[in-house]
Design a protein around this ligand. Sequence first.
Ligand SMILES: Nc1nc2c(ncn2[C@@H]2O[C@H](COP(=O)(O)OP(=O)(O)OP(=O)(O)O)[C@@H](O)[C@H]2O)c(=O)[nH]1
Ligand SMILES: [Mg+2]
Length: 280
Amino acid sequence: MNIQWYPGHMKKTMDMLKANIKLVSVVIEILDARIPSSSRNPELQGLIKDKKRIIILNKEDLAEEKSTIRWVNYFKAQGISVVPVNSVKGQGIRRLKAILQRIKIPSRKGNRPVRALVVGIPNVGKSSFINVLAGRSAAKTGGIPGITRGKQWIKIPPGIELLDTPGILWPKISSAEMGFHLAVTGAIKFELLNSQELSLQLLEYLYKYYTERITLRYGITEIPADMPELMKEIGRRRGYLLSGGEIDISRTSENLLKEFREGKLGRFTLDSIPSKKSNS
Ligand SMILES: Nc1nc2c(ncn2[C@@H]2O[C@H](COP(=O)(O)OP(=O)(O)OP(=O)(O)O)[C@@H](O)[C@H]2O)c(=O)[nH]1
Ligand SMILES: [Mg+2]
């Protein structure tokens, strides 16, 4: 899976972040708990530099609990505050609020608000996170990447101001595996993907590591080792037929992706902790 998606609006957002970084005292980096390293924008690290940073592992409800604990420990060991969050149900939000409220801003006048920049890849849940933190629908959200356009300051009393920003990727996604992780979790615009190819790749991943979940979800006990054949079998079980009686592969593929993203096949963490050697 070779994916590049860096349109003009992402470059513009990057420039906007550069211009606004001096206005904030904290950067809230929203990562996808299923892919904590693939969802980390390498271009942001230079921008954030020594600014206070909080990492949110969002969509924790879709990630494997044990892996999330490992990732939390991994970031903590680097001295970074990290909170797993479910931005739909609000889990983790109280802890995050407490962290934000502990941040003291040196000011002659006393109570200056804590201003934070909220950044992350498309569709990771930045706007949902802000809304659940604010306790109201202040920012527009949606199931496809590219919902937020332009910047928006949102006030959260007492004393917190957040800047919602459009999701951004980076000019060169370095590995095919990273591309697969971003695409399969929903960070890449649908129109850019070959959903049948992506879905086959997902099936291969499931077949390799989570065979029992295929059986559990689709009732297939004798799983064929040929992926297109397995895809057909899933379509057959679902009754996704074309008018001539053939299996509707396109519908089956899209449904597999959808169910995976919604957590219907269980919780998944696709990224593992980098080994000590490769961790620079
Ligand atoms: N399961 C689950 N879904 C979530 C969570 N947070 C957000 N979502 C869903 O993810 C989708 C994207 O949410 P948004 O808040 O619009 O994401 P965003 O990062 O602002 O997206 P852009 O503005 O397009 O970059 C929506 O369908 C949300 O309901 C979460 O913690 N768990
Ligand atoms: Mg948004």
